[in-house]
Design a protein around this ligand. Structure first.
Ligand code: 1CP
Length: 355
């Protein structure tokens, strides 16, 4: 078993005692950091950062040099899988992700290959191995993937969407076609995450950014069922340590009991649910991650500290089983100073909850 100097994050996910509440930030490597913008300019574009293991490693480590974060997250994107399936991912400056080809009919779905993670996605595994080497056991590395439903939204809509009209049309008019796509994506995600774990990811997180646009019935049928399949297909132990799994459905606060019932180790919350309410409902079943509104990072240092304290109080209960985070990604317009205030506040203010 390789030694970790700081394993608070893994311990909290497994509900073991910790000396302070661990904290990391979704999108902690990104455009709010000038050093990220400089390296992206040098690489040329976002995918070139992801496809070069040295660049991906450097960007992963940038926020850790500034802040005492308790975890690193692989620098990559959820859309690597559809790209490896041949859809042709590209980014136009100032715009979100786009695909050259989209999924429109049954033959598109039937013909989609399931990518070999060490071939088409070998660049991600190289990044994981490089980052693990360079982290030198300081903090654990989080691997990740999109949920099948969230990946399918991009593959069918061709990019970001506000209404999700095309995928909803497929869900309700051609459900068999969509279920076949989601099942292929679930199989791809299982192979991809297990390969990340083998390459050195010490915990994994599934991002279901768009599950929250569905009715409760459709959420269960089209999103949760496939995350459930993934949780059951993952290798949960590596190198003598448990590999905790976190599920995040944005806007999924009303379904946390169902999410926990998949057998995941932690449920990540966005900011639209009170963490005290979530904790009351979940009890000791799983750990919770979250859940400060990322926009709070625009407030004064005093206001940020107050919000951190409120969330710590809300979780209460000896503090273990809580991983502090934002309820969604940090935005490019936040100052690096305020991100620092947030991270330091979590460590400072959480100590009394753990003594
Ligand atoms: O430099 C740039 O302009 C690129 C911006 C960017 C970044 C920094 C994109 C494009 N992806 C990423 C990295 C990324 N994406 C990480 C890295 C690790 C981290 O620091 O957290 C992760 C975990 C993701 C995951 C991701 N990509 C999600 C799920 C989580 C979430 O934020 O909801 C989604 C939906 C995507 C798609 C995507 N990729 C990029 C953008 C701008 C988007 C969102 C588009 C949309 O809103 O529809």
């Amino acid at each position: 078993m390789s030694e970790l100097k700081n394993d608070r994050y893994l311990r909290a996910l497994l509900k073991q005692p910790v000396d302070a509440t661990p904290v990391w930030m979704m999108r902690q490597a990104g455009r709010y950091l000038p050093e990220y913008r400089a390296l992206r300019a040098e690489a040329g574009d976002f995918m070139s950062l992801c496809k070069n293991a040295e660049f991906a490693c450097e960007v992963t480590l940038q926020p850790l040099r500034r802040y005492p974060l308790d975890a690193a997250i692989l620098f990559s994107d959820i859309l690597t899988i559809p790209d490896a399936m041949g859809l042709g991912l590209y980014f136009e400056t100032g715009e979100g992700p786009k695909f050259e080809r989209t999924i429109e009919c049954m033959s598109d779905v039937v013909n989609l290959p399931i990518p070999d993670p060490e071939q088409e996605l070998g660049y991600v595994m190289n990044a994981v191995r490089t980052i693990r080497r360079e982290l030198k056991g300081e903090v654990p590395l989080i691997g990740f993937s999109g949920s099948p439903w969230t990946l399918a939204t991009y593959m069918i809509e061709g990019g970001s969407s506000k209404t999700f009209g095309k995928i909803k049309k497929m869900a309700f008019a051609e459900p068999k076609m969509l279920h076949l796509l989601l099942d292929k994506l679930a199989d791809s995600v299982i192979l991809y995450l297990n390969a990340q774990i083998k390459a050195g990811a010490q915990s994994v997180m599934i991002f279901d950014t768009w599950g929250g646009i569905l009715t409760p019935r459709d959420y269960k049928a089209f999103s949760l069922a496939y995350m459930d399949k993934i949780v059951k297909g993952l290798v949960r132990e590596n190198d003598g340590r448990k590999v905790p799994v976190t599920l995040f459905t944005k806007n999924g606060g009303m379904w946390i009991e169902d999410i926990a019932a998949t057998g995941c180790d932690a449920v990540a919350l966005d900011w639209t649910i009170d963490i005290a309410d979530a904790k009351r409902r979940i009890g000791d079943k799983v750990a919770l991650q979250g859940n400060m509104d990322p926009a709070m990072l625009h407030a004064s240092p005093e206001r940020i500290r107050e919000e951190v304290k409120t969330i710590l109080d809300g979780f209460g209960d000896g503090g273990t089983g809580h991983v502090f985070n934002l309820g969604h990604g940090i935005t490019p317009d936040v100052t690096p100073e305020n991100a620092g205030v947030f991270i330091n506040s979590v460590h400072e203010l959480s100590k009394p909850y753990h003594s």
